[in-house]
Design a protein around this ligand. Structure first.
Ligand SMILES: N[C@@H](CCC(=O)N[C@@H](CS)C(=O)NCC(=O)O)C(=O)O
Length: 340
């Protein structure tokens, strides 16, 4: 039935035209003494470099030094009717990014086969990230916000002091981070999708206006706290940086044109967000090294045929991210003029 196509982000018969994100189905936790105890090599993380939710898990995996403990595989960027697929043997090495390989565990072709392998009756979506317990053949979680929290603490006993001390959710900031998460998630992380997948003018306008109001709010926060350090909450990286980064780094490159979030760009319209973004990308390997622009650009523009039927990927913007200290031509011009 046409209505059931997984690439129809809003059902054609939905009059509201609004994108409504479903709930993740697997919500267990890795815990000492629990069904899923922390153990090196026991869990496998499936991601897509294109996906902002999966990207959170790759960043935290690196920030917490979990590379040897939690191996991962990225799917191919092209998501079609059967959902995410792994690269074939022939494609291996031709798609950029570490660990873009055929499925190393069960040799599956599609991510959906992993979901059906665990539960043949599974009715949810086949999403990344997916964290699998290889020992028991179960899915632990497919909810990024919870996977990253497990990574913050649950493997600490297996980590050297340096990584144990990385605290992305410090007690003193938890309340503020939770409050920020609320609007960052609804209006920005999910807001770009609500804008882009809307199928009525009204739904689009509502989402895009809310999105830019919240970008203004993040910009103001960064401006006011600039002296305290380069990160969202001052001198240390926290969850707030991780969760905002994965949307902002995709913003100019994809969302502005593909999701029509074009009231402003980050590079020309948000100097503090732009500076904050580039500091993370260029100075913190966990952010820069997990950002794969080929996957990001190709995935959205070639997979979302509901909004881009010819799957043409725009060439710009070039470069996808400016160097630190470099300015967008119009900004540079304005700054020079202002000095005169
Ligand atoms: N709430 C989930 C959302 C994950 C999600 O929607 N991932 C997208 C890629 S960006 C996906 O795999 N979509 C496939 C589908 O919905 O069929 C999380 O944060 O982990």
């Amino acid at each position: 039935m046409a209505e059931d196509k997984i690439t129809n982000w809003v059902a054609p018969n939905d009059k509201s035209g609004e994108f409504k994100r479903g709930q993740s189905q697997f919500r267990s936790f890795i815990k000492k003494g629990g069904e899923f105890p922390p153990e090196a090599g026991r869990y496998h993380l499936y991601v897509s470099y294109a996906c902002p939710w999966a990207h959170r898990t790759l960043i935290v995996r690196k920030l917490k030094g979990l590379e040897e403990i939690i191996p991962f595989t990225s799917v191919h960027w092209h998501m079609q009717e059967k959902g995410w697929r792994f690269v074939t043997k022939d494609e291996e090495g031709q798609v950029p990014g570490e660990n873009v390989t055929p499925d190393p565990l069960g040799g599956k072709s599609y991510l959906r086969e992993i979901y059906f392998g665990v539960d043949p009756e599974y009715k949810g979506r086949f999403t990344v990230p997916t964290l699998v317990d290889v020992k028991q053949g179960k899915i632990v979680s497919n909810e990024s916000s919870e996977i990253i929290r497990m990574f913050y603490t649950e493997f600490d006993d297996l980590l050297p002091e340096k990584y144990k001390n990385v605290d992305l959710f410090p007690t003193a900031l938890q309340k503020q981070i939770e409050e920020t998460n609320e609007w960052t998630y609804n209006d920005i992380n999910n807001g770009v999708y609500k804008s882009g997948f809307a199928t009525t003018q009204q739904a689009y306008e509502k989402a895009v206006v809310t999105l830019f109001q919240s970008l203004d709010r993040a910009e103001k926060h960064l401006q006011e706290t600039e002296k305290e350090g380069p990160f969202y909450y001052g001198s240390s990286i926290t969850e707030a940086d991780v969760r905002l980064y994965t949307t902002i780094v995709r913003f100019d490159v994809v969302y502005v044109q593909h999701f029509k979030t074009n009231l402003r760009t980050i590079r020309a319209g948000y100097p503090y967000l732009h500076q904050w973004l580039r500091n993370l990308y260029w100075n913190v390997p966990a952010f820069g090294e997990t950002t794969e622009f080929t996957h990001i650009k190709n995935h959205y523009t070639k997979s979302h045929t509901q909004i881009n039927p010819f799957s043409i990927t725009p060439l710009g913007p070039e470069p996808p991210i400016l160097k630190l200290g470099e300015e967008f031509a119009a900004v540079k011009f304005a700054l020079e003029r202002a000095k005169k």
